[in-house]
Design a protein around this ligand. Structure first.
Ligand SMILES: Cc1ncc(COP(=O)(O)O)c(C=O)c1O
Length: 359
């Protein structure tokens, strides 16, 4: 078997969920498990959290089906609502909560014949300009949906654009827009993603919606997951599958971009960009072998990457190589590649087996 595995620590996941709730005492928390639980496996993540989580949030009906099969009684929120009129019927069968973000979805909902009313989360565009009503549009929609047979709870939801940048002026202005609607007497309100859970208590409202923090990564550029008390959930581990000596002046890998400046010992690791390790990782990026950091040497290939073992003479064929995890924080790798932990986690591909610990 190819030695590459993504180990998912479900005990750490639960710790992170409970930390999110501790940040917002008395509030409820939708665990955001869209995109296959940010790459960790929706079924396993939902199963591990279902006895502690107040609910789950997903991006679409297909994802909700997986969550409902794993958590028959959980509250499940469709964050973008339904994409076609026929989906409302299925949403009602599955007892989902649905976002309603525009007039088209409002019309579809009011035209639908449902076996039971749906809890609706009316989405306000408070400044992100991605989805949602204007303040006035939301008032109109509220008037139309209030008392409709298809509607159970009538709730308010919005989303921050810059909660990961503390002190950003948009945070205050989004809160202000949101506040303008609070006199409409909603059953529940929700605004906070992980960054707001961690640093904007005034945005906590009735329901928080932590995503990335559950998986032990930070939403912030300047505050690490460790500083926030988060535990890494996924560890990506490959192995040394070849080792060779490379003389001064010889190159390693595609494009011959890395050239030995000293007699070098080069290891080949069983992980590449087709597994989700970023091709943009530059030479010098750290992996950990036997507890010691060693640098990438040359370009990442589809199935393999090379590391410079010269300063780790005890490294041997078969040694485990941590690509990210407790010793190589995913956020550190993401920063080195000009991206964010979210992208790396969600891009671990299907050919990498997931192994689950704890839970
Ligand atoms: C509407 C909504 N709420 C909550 C989240 C969770 O955000 P985060 O992963 O930053 O906590 C997301 C994720 O993008 C989202 O789209």
């Amino acid at each position: 078997m190819r030695p590459l595995v993504a180990t998912v620590d479900l005990t750490a996941l639960r710790h992170n969920y409970l930390l999110a709730r501790q940040c917002a005492p008395q509030r409820k928390a939708f665990a955001v498990v869209k995109a296959n639980a940010y790459g960790h496996g929706a079924h396993e993540v939902v199963t591990a959290l279902r006895d502690v989580a107040d609910g789950f949030a997903v991006a679409c009906l297909e994802e909700a089906e997986v969550v409902r099969a794993s958590a028959p009684d959980a509250r499940i929120l469709l964050l973008e609502g339904c994409f076609e009129p026929c989906e409302y019927r299925r949403a009602a069968e599955l007892s989902l909560d649905v976002a309603v973000q525009d007039l088209r979805q409002t019309d579809w909902l009011l035209d639908a014949e449902l076996e039971r009313p749906l809890n609706v989360w009316m989405k306000l565009d408070s400044g992100m300009h991605r989805l949602g009503f204007t303040v006035d549009g939301l008032r109109d929609c509220h008037a139309r949906l209030k008392g409709a047979a298809q509607v159970g709870e009538l709730n308010l939801i919005s989303h921050f654009a810059c909660a990961d940048e503390r002190g950003h002026s948009l945070n205050e202005s989004q809160l202000e827009f949101y506040g303008q609607l609070l006199e409409l007497a909603f059953d529940n309100c929700s605004l906070a993603n992980s960054a707001a859970v961690l640093t904007l208590p005034q945005a906590h409202m009735a329901w928080i919606r932590p995503g990335i923090m559950l998986y032990g990564a930070t939403p912030f550029a300047t505050l690490s997951a460790q500083e926030l008390g988060l535990k890494p959930v996924m560890t990506l581990t490959g192995a040394l599958i070849a080792i060779r000596d490379v003389p001064v002046g010889d190159s390693v890998g595609y494009g011959a971009s890395w050239v030995a400046q000293r007699p070098s010992r080069i290891g080949t690791v069983s992980c590449g960009y087709a597994d989700g390790y970023p091709r943009s990782a530059p030479s010098g990026t750290s992996v950990v072998i036997r507890g010691q950091r060693v640098p990438l040497a040359g370009r990442v290939s589809m199935d393999m990457l090379a590391v410079d073992l010269t300063d780790l003479p005890q490294a041997q064929l078969g040694d485990a190589v941590e690509l990210w995890g407790a010793q190589v924080p995913i956020d550190e790798l993401a920063t080195a590649c000009g991206t964010i932990g979210y992208e790396l986690l969600t891009k671990v591909t299907g050919r990498v087996p997931r192994r689950y610990l704890g839970g």
